[in-house]
Design a protein around this ligand. Structure first.
Ligand code: ADP
Ligand code: MG
Length: 725
C-alpha cells in the first residue's frame, strides 16, 4: 500500500461511496489518514440500556422510536415520549412540559441521552433526559462494547466529520486497516526533526496513530498539537515567502516632510488621535524606506481609518516619480488606487476625498460597475462630474488622475496606471489575498499596500491570516464621540425598548433591527430561512410596534444592486426602520441611524455583536444598542454584559476566544482554517513558534522547493484558500 494509492484499489468501495468520500476530500490513502477526528467520545461512563437501574444518573446511546406527544392524564400537562434502543434493550423516555421535543426529533434518529432513570421496577423510564442528535452511534457502540469486554481499556473513540453514506465508524476502521498494512513505514515527515524536537512534537507516524486511536487522552492531545502546528506552519511559510517576495521587489521610495503633511491635516475639522498620528507616521516611514510596505490597519468602525488613508494618499499624490516629471506636461505624480468592497462605500470614500482634497490641484477619479466620475469638473471646479470610462482610463494611464477610487473594477486589466505607488484596500476581509498580487501587476515596481479592516479578530488569528503584513492598531476613538449605550434586554423586557426606539423615531432618528441568525448547513436553505424571518419580523413590526413608520428590508437573497438600492433609500430616510439579517454587512455610514436592535443576541459572538452595533456609532447623536435575548441563563447574560464594558472590539475578540472557543470565533469558520487550525489559534505560543520557525526556514533556505520539496508542495496546495469573508 502506498500513500498516493486510490483508496478504491485497496478497499471495496462502490461508486456512490467514492463520490461521498470525494465530498470529504478523501481519494487517496494519505487523504484518509489526514482526515483527522473532529473530537473524541469518552465512553467509559456510558451504560447499556439493558443494565440501567432505578435512580441512576446515566448516559446512553441509541436509536429513537415511537415518538409522540400527549397530555398527562390528570394534570393535562403535555408530555413528549418515545423509546431508546441500543441493541441491549429498549427503554421508555418521557419529557414533561417539553412537547416540542417530539417535533424536533424523529423516529430512527441516533441520539445521546443523559438523564435519570425513574419509574418503578419493571416500568423504568428515562426522565427529562438531555438529548443530542448524532449522525451515527459511536464506534461499535452496540456491538462489541456491550457483548464482549475485550475493548474495555480503550474508552476514547474518535469521532470524524461524516457525510451521507460515510460513517465515522467506517473511517475509523479503514484507517486502522491502513495502519495494519504497514503504511506508516512508508511515511516521510515533512517537518524537519529539529523543529519537532525543539517543541516536543511527535513525528508524523506516531502522531497519526495517536490521533486516530489514542490509548490516552494525552496522546491525542499531543498529536493534535503537532497537526495544528503543521497547519499553521505551512501558512506561515507562505506568509514568509510572500513577504520575502515583496521585500525583494523594487518599489517607490519617497520622503515627505512633517510640515508638508501638516498643511493637509491642519485643515481637518478635528484633531487627529494619537493612534491616527502614529499610523500615519508608520506608513510615511515605510514610503521612505527601500521595501514595499505591507501593512494592515485594524481599527473599530468609526476610529477614523479614512483620514489615515487620505493623509497618506496625499503624501503619495504630491510626490514626484523618481525619474522626475515628463517635461511636456506638468502632472504625473505618484498614484493611489483605493479599493472598496461595494459601490456605496466607494462612492462614500470618493465624497470624503473630495472634502479633503478640494483645495488642492489633485484630481480624483471614481470607477465602479455603474459608471465613472471625476473631481473636479472642468465647468464647475467645486463639483464632481460623470465622465466616460475610456476618458477616465486615459487620464489614469497618463497620470493626470493621481487618485483612483473604485470597487473590484479597479483591478480589471483595462485599468492602467502611470505610476501606481500606493494601494489601499478597505474592509480587507471582503477580498481574497489575491487582489494585491493583481494590483501589483499594474506597475513594474511593487506598490505600497495598506489593508484596512474593522473586523475584530484575536491577535493569533491576525498573525496567521495576515501573517505577511505588519499590523497597526487604531485602538483609540476620536474624542467627543458619544459612547454607545448598550442594554441587554431579557425576556419580558422588550416593551421599554420599543418605547424608547419609537421616541427616537418620533424625533426623526432611524433604527436597524437585526434578525436572529438561523444556521443551516446548506447555504441556499440558510439564506431562504433568514429571508423568511426578516420578512416576518418586518411585517410584525409594521403591524405592531412601528406601525406608524416605514420599514425596509435587507437580506442575503437580494442581488447586490438591490441591496445597494435599499441602503441608498435608507440613507435618504425613505425608511425609518431597516430590518436586516446579520449576514448583510453594512459598512456604510447612515449617521441618522442611531438605534440598533439585535434579536437573538446570545447566538452571536461578542465581537460580531460589536461589529453589528458599530453601524450606529457614526453620527453626532447619542447611539443606542439593544441586545435582545430570550435566554434566562445567568452565564449568557454575563457574557453579553461584556459588551457594555469592553474598551474595543479587539478586547471582545479575545473574550470570545477565551469563553466561547475558537470554533465559534467570528470570522473563524470563513477563514479557511480547519477545525484543528482554529484550535491552534487559542494557543499564542504555538502560533508564534510556527511563525518563528517558518520565517527562519524561509530566510535560511531561499529555495524551499529545492531543499524542502514536501513543504513546498503543501504550501502550494494552500493556494489562496485563506482569507476572511
Ligand atoms: P472608519 O475607521 O470606520 O472607516 P471613518 O474614517 O469613516 O471611520 O471615520 C468616521 C467619522 O469620524 C468620519 O465622519 C470622520 O470624519 C470622523 N473622524 C475621523 N477622525 C476623527 C478625529 N480624530 N476626531 C473626530 N472625528 C474624526
Ligand atoms: Mg471605513
Amino acid at each position: 500500500m502506498n500513500l498516493a494509492d486510490q483508496l478504491s484499489t485497496h478497499f471495496r468501495i462502490d461508486a456512490p461511496h467514492v463520490k461521498a468520500l470525494k465530498k470529504l476530500r478523501i481519494e487517496t490513502v494519505i487523504d484518509l489518514l489526514y482526515h483527522l477526528p473532529a473530537r473524541y467520545e469518552d465512553i467509559s461512563d456510558v451504560q447499556s440500556v439493558g443494565s440501567l437501574a432505578l435512580g441512576q444518573d446515566t448516559v446512553v446511546y441509541g436509536q429513537l422510536s415511537g415518538l409522540k406527544t400527549r397530555k398527562a392524564w390528570k394534570s393535562r400537562r403535555p408530555i413528549a415520549e418515545g423509546y431508546v434502543e441500543d441493541g441491549s434493550a429498549k427503554m421508555k423516555i418521557m419529557w414533561f412540559n417539553q412537547p416540542y421535543i417530539a417535533k424536533m426529533y424523529t423516529d430512527g434518529m441516533y441520539v445521546k441521552l443523559a438523564g435519570k432513570v425513574a419509574g418503578s421496577e419493571g416500568k423504568l423510564y428515562l426522565s427529562n433526559p438531555e438529548i443530542e442528535k448524532l449522525d451515527s452511534l459511536p464506534i461499535d457502540r452496540h456491538d462489541s462494547i456491550f457483548q464482549g469486554t475485550e475493548q474495555l481499556d480503550d474508552t476514547l473513540y474518535p469521532v470524524y466529520r461524516e457525510t451521507k453514506g460515510i460513517t465515522s465508524k467506517w473511517i475509523y476502521h479503514t484507517v486502522l486497516k491502513c495502519f495494519e498494512k504497514d503504511v506508516l513505514d512508508t511515511l516521510i515527515d515533512p517537518i524537519p526533526k529539529e523543529i519537532l524536537n525543539k517543541y516536543n512534537l511527535p513525528d508524523l507516524a506516531t502522531a497519526l496513530v495517536w490521533i486516530h486511536s489514542p490509548k490516552k487522552a494525552q496522546h491525542a492531545e499531543s498529536a493534535r498539537k503537532r497537526f495544528a502546528f503543521e497547519e499553521v506552519f505551512y501558512i506561515q511559510v507562505q506568509n514568509a515567502q510572500n513577504r520575502a517576495a515583496a521585500n525583494a521587489a523594487t518599489t517607490y521610495s519617497f520622503k515627505t516632510s512633517p510640515e508638508h503633511v501638516a498643511e493637509f491635516t491642519d485643515r481637518f475639522p478635528f484633531t487627529l488621535t494619537d493612534s491616527q498620528n502614529k499610523s500615519i507616521k508608520a506608513i510615511l516611514d515605510n514610503f521612505g524606506g527601500n521595501h514595499a510596505m505591507s501593512r494592515l490597519l485594524e481599527g473599530d468602525v468609526g476610529s477614523g481609518k479614512t483620514a489615515v488613508a487620505a493623509t497618506t494618499a496625499y503624501a503619495v499624490a504630491t510626490s514626484r516619480p523618481p525619474e522626475g516629471l515628463d517635461k511636456k506636461i506638468e502632472f504625473g505624480n505618484l498614484q493611489v488606487g483605493y479599493m472598496a468592497p461595494t459601490e456605496i462605500l466607494a462612492k462614500q470614500h470618493f465624497e470624503s476625498f473630495i472634502e479633503y482634497f478640494q483645495h488642492l490641484p489633485i484630481s480624483i477619479g471614481l470607477i465602479t460597475g455603474s459608471g465613472c466620475m471625476k473631481f473636479p469638473s472642468k465647468s464647475n471646479p467645486t463639483k464632481p462630474t460623470k465622465i466616460s470610462k475610456p476618458q477616465l482610463l486615459k487620464w489614469v494611464k497618463n497620470g493626470e488622475i493621481p487618485i483612483l477610487i473604485g470597487t473590484h473594477s479597479l483591478i480589471y486589466k483595462s485599468v492602467e496606471f502611470k505610476h501606481l505607488a500606493y494601494v489601499i484596500i478597505d474592509e480587507q476581509h471582503r477580498f481574497g489575498t489575491n487582489q494585491r498580487k493583481q494590483l501589483a501587476k499594474k506597475d513594474a515596481r511593487m506598490p505600497h499596500l495598506l489593508s484596512m479592516t474593522a473586523t475584530p479578530i484575536p491577535r493569533t488569528l491576525a498573525l496567521t491570516i495576515y501573517g505577511d503584513l505588519d499590523i497597526t492598531l487604531l485602538d483609540q476613538m476620536p474624542a467627543g464621540r458619544k459612547p454607545i449605550k448598550t442594554t441587554i434586554v431579557g425576556p419580558g423586557q422588550q416593551a421599554d425598548m420599543y418605547k424608547h426606539v419609537r421616541s427616537e423615531l418620533a424625533i426623526g432618528r432611524q433604527a436597524y433591527v437585526i434578525c436572529p441568525r438561523i444556521e443551516e448547513p446548506d447555504p441556499t436553505k440558510e439564506n431562504a430561512l433568514n429571508m423568511k424571518s426578516v420578512i416576518a419580523e418586518a411585517k410584525r413590526l409594521g403591524d405592531t410596534e412601528f406601525s406608524e413608520y416605514s420599514i425596509g428590508i435587507l437580506h442575503g437573497k437580494m442581488k447586490p444592486a438591490e441591496k445597494d438600492e435599499v441602503m441608498a433609500d435608507f440613507n435618504n430616510h425613505k425608511y425609518d426602520v431597516l430590518v436586516a439579517t446579520s449576514v448583510v454587512e453594512v459598512g456604510v455610514n447612515v449617521p441618522n441611524a442611531t438605534n440598533i436592535i439585535i434579536e437573538g443576541a446570545e447566538r452571536f459572538g461578542l465581537s460580531q455583536l460589536h461589529q453589528l452595533r458599530g453601524r450606529v456609532v457614526r453620527g453626532t447623536h447619542q447611539p443606542y444598542c439593544f441586545a435582545v435575548t430570550e435566554s434566562k441563563s445567568e452565564k449568557t447574560r454575563d457574557r453579553l454584559k461584556a459588551l457594555a464594558t469592553a474598551a474595543n472590539g479587539f478586547e471582545l475578540a479575545e473574550h470570545d476566544l477565551q469563553f466561547r472557543g475558537s470554533g465559534e470565533l467570528y470570522g473563524g469558520k470563513q477563514s479557511g482554517l480547519s477545525d484543528l487550525g482554529m484550535e491552534a489559534i487559542r494557543n499564542l505560543k504555538l502560533v508564534e513558534a510556527a511563525r518563528t520557525e517558518a520565517q527562519h526556514l524561509v530566510a535560511t533556505h531561499p529555495d524551499i522547493k529545492q531543499d524542502f520539496p514536501m513543504i513546498a508542495e503543501r504550501v502550494s496546495r494552500l493556494g489562496d484558500a485563506l482569507h476572511m469573508e
